[in-house]
Structures are given as C-alpha cells and as structure tokens.
Write a protein that binds this ligand. Structure first.
Ligand code: FAD
Ligand code: FES
Length: 272
C-alpha cells in the first residue's frame, strides 16, 4: 500500500525558534513556531530534539524533552534543566534559529470525563512535564491542586507550572525542610481529607512517587506517573529505554518509555 506524509503521523521537522530565555539559575525555555505540531500535542507526550547550536555543535543522539506548552494557536514550548552537552546546545539557540524535532511521541496523560478534581505532585523540572496537564484540566473545568517541591524558592518556577490554569499551589522546599517525605505526606493527607481528588499525577522524584503510590493505593485513588529514561531512537526500535512495569496480572514486564510510556499507571510503575 502506498503511504504518504499524511499517513505517517510523526516526522522530522526543523522549527523556527520564537523565543529562547533562561529561567532561574538552572533552567531554560524555548518557544517554537510549529502550530500544527502544537495543536496535535498532548500533555505528557514528548519530542526528540536534535541538540545542535547555531554552529552545528552538539551530541549525535537526540534528547527527549516533554512538551511544556502546546495547544491550538500556541507556540510549542519546552522547559529544561541545562544539564550536559545537549541541553547546553539547546540553551544556546536564539530566536530565528532552527531546531530539528521528531514528535509528538509517546502516550500522554489521560483525563476521565467525569473527574472534577485532580492533585499533582511535582519535583524540580518534573513540573515541566505536568504543566500542560494543568491547562488541559482547567479547560475541562477540572480543579487542580498541586504540591510543587524544589530546592529553594529561587528554583520553584511556579508561574511556568501554572500558566493561566488557576491551579491552587502549595510549594515545599529543601531549604526549610518542607519537602521532606513526612512533611509532604502530612500535607497530602490533609488535602485528600479536605477535598478528595478523583486522580493523582506525579513526575520528577522517586521518593515522592513512592509516597504518592502508597497513599493512592491506601485511599483507592487512581493515578498516573510520567517516567524518564535515557533514550536512543525514541521511536520504539532500540529498546534502550525499557523500564520495569507491573502488568495487570502482577508480572513484571520491560516496557519502552518512548512507546508504551512515558506516562504509566501509578500503581504499575516500579521505584528506581
Ligand atoms: C520522556 C522524557 C521527557 C523529558 N522531559 C524533560 C523536560 O521536560 N525537561 C528536562 O529538563 N529534562 C527532561 N528530560 C530529561 C532530558 O532528556 C535529559 O536531561 C537530557 O537528555 C540531558 O541531555 P544532556 O546532553 O544535556 O546531558 P547528558 O550529558 O546526556 O547527561 C547529563 C547527566 O544527566 C543524566 N541523564 C541524561 N538523560 C537522563 C534521563 N532521561 N534520565 C535521567 N538522567 C539522565 C546523565 O546520565 C548525566 O549524568 C526528559 C527525559 C525523558 C525520557
Ligand atoms: S528509545 Fe529506542 S526503543 Fe525507546
């Protein structure tokens, strides 16, 4: 059977950078001119980015990056921690430069039509992955409560998380001990008792994931987690991104974060 570009939903695209700016001490944001990709992207999905600066310097392998901003008539956005060679090359891009992207890829978050309240628990740059979920939820009239954990107030990125969603946010910090697991557990228990969420979501911290998984199981609340893993192809072919996930029958399976994930059922995911 003949297949044309319209039959293949994911293609490489060189998108124009609209805006490139540092955020806080360690992070950077990029906004791109790719209206059709932005309209097709779903919270929790990611793009595989070729991280080359304007001089063509950068690593050979693409780097996976969650969609931070997306939607009809919105630039496509990424928010990232400048960590190594790839993200440094991304941060060196300027307005007018072009960025080669493949995506949107992977399975995003799911919002059930009858949910009215959700609770988000995010740590560090994990909030970039969860940010578009707040806007998708707000658009459906779902109230969002979020607990954001960061090293200190300068590291928080609250505005980058909430956008225009109106999410009610409580921030906890390492610098004052508020982000310690017992303190976060007390906060979450209080929150659940006051306004039981229909579902919970998390990304960015193993210890907070384990806490949320335990609480959600105890309370019978469904949940989802976005997992990370270093990637090769990003397209399901190389199996370099497998993580162990519990199947419905209780057996442990090796699933590809790029294809079966990055979003998994909270109770199926295993701690790392
Ligand atoms: C689906 C997905 C979505 C992601 N979304 C975001 C995002 O929105 N914002 C963001 O800041 N980061 C995100 N990441 C992580 C991001 O891909 C890595 O930080 C990036 O690839 C690092 O590239 P680098 O060349 O700068 O650093 P490298 O030199 O490749 O790595 C620097 C250090 O980070 C470690 N590292 C690299 N990649 C990962 C990874 N995937 N998981 C854990 N450790 C890693 C390396 O082992 C090394 O110690 C995401 C990862 C995945 C899999
Ligand atoms: S990165 Fe190649 S299969 Fe996932």
């Amino acid at each position: 059977m003949d297949t044309g570009p319209a039959d293949f939903p994911v293609a490489e695209r060189a998108a124009r950078v609209l805006d490139s700016a540092p955020v806080g001490r360690r992070y950077h944001r990029l906004l791109l001119d790719a209206p059709d990709l932005s309209a097709r992207s779903r919270p929790g999905q990611f793009f595989h980015l070729l991280c080359r600066d304007a001089g063509g310097q950068g690593p050979y392998l693409r780097r996976p990056m969650s969609i931070w901003r997306c939607g009809p008539d919105q630039p496509l956005g990424f928010l990232f921690h400048v960590k190594g060679r790839g993200t440094a090359a991304l941060a060196a891009l300027r307005a007018g430069d072009r960025l080669s992207m493949v995506g949107p890829l992977g399975q995003g978050f799911v919002l059930a039509p009858d949910w009215r309240r959700i609770l988000i628990l995010a740590r560090g740059v994990g909030l970039a992955t969860l940010a578009p979920l707040t806007e998708a939820a707000a658009a459906r009239g779902i109230a969002v409560r979020a607990v954001l954990s960061a090293q200190d107030p300068a590291d928080l990125m609250q505005a980058e998380f909430a956008g225009a969603s109106g999410a009610a946010i409580t921030a906890v910090f390492d610098s004052d001990g508020g982000s310690a697991v017992p303190a976060v557990e007390a906060l979450l228990r209080q929150d659940v008792a006051q306004a039981r969420p229909d579902a919970v979501f998390t990304c960015g911290s193993n210890r907070l994931f384990m806490l949320l998984q335990r609480l959600a199981a105890e309370q019978g609340i469904p949940g989802q987690i976005a997992l990370e893993q270093q990637m090769g192809c990003g397209l399901g072919m190389c199996f370099c991104c497998v993580r162990q996930v519990r199947g419905e029958d209780g057996t442990v399976q090796n699933l590809r974060v790029c294809t079966e994930g990055p979003v998994f059922d909270l109770q199926a995911a295993l701690a790392w």
